[in-house]
Design a protein around this ligand. Structure first.
Ligand SMILES: [Zn+2]
Length: 125
């Protein structure tokens, strides 16, 4: 699907509601305070964003550990999984999410892709 700010917003809404991921409410809060700084146009749905350093938010991954990134792969209603990698900055604030089809984004993320079962996370939860 075309990668726009609305696409990013829709992905955050979906991902924040995945109860397997123990940072949904942080994700919602960080994204609401973030400014999108770039949207990848390769066909993936990745974006980068910036939360102001003095935002006094909990670090995104505060319930998991001091991680710079966290990966989760999901089954979809297509032949391919969707791979999601959340990134944080030095403050632990959301700095972007890579969202790609398959594990190497060999094709554009399709319109209306639906996430199914969580396949794995890195690190393990
Ligand atoms: Zn891309």
């Amino acid at each position: 699907m075309a990668n726009t700010e609305l696409t990013a917003r829709a992905w955050v809404a979906v991902l924040a509601n995945r109860t397997e991921l123990p940072f949904g409410s942080n994700l919602r809060e960080h994204f609401s305070r973030a400014r999108i700084t770039s949207l990848c146009d390769c066909g993936c749905n990745s974006f980068e964003c910036k939360v102001e350093p003095d935002s006094s938010l909990h670090p995104l991954f505060d319930r998991i550990g001091p991680l710079p990134s966290f990966e989760a792969a999901f089954e979809t209603n297509t032949q391919e999984p969707v791979d999601v990698i959340f990134f944080t900055d030095a403050n632990g604030y959301l700095s972007g999410i890579d969202i790609s089809l398959g594990l190497s984004n060999h094709a554009p993320v399709p319109e209306q892709v639906q996430l199914g079962k969580l396949l794995y996370t890195m690190p393990d939860l």
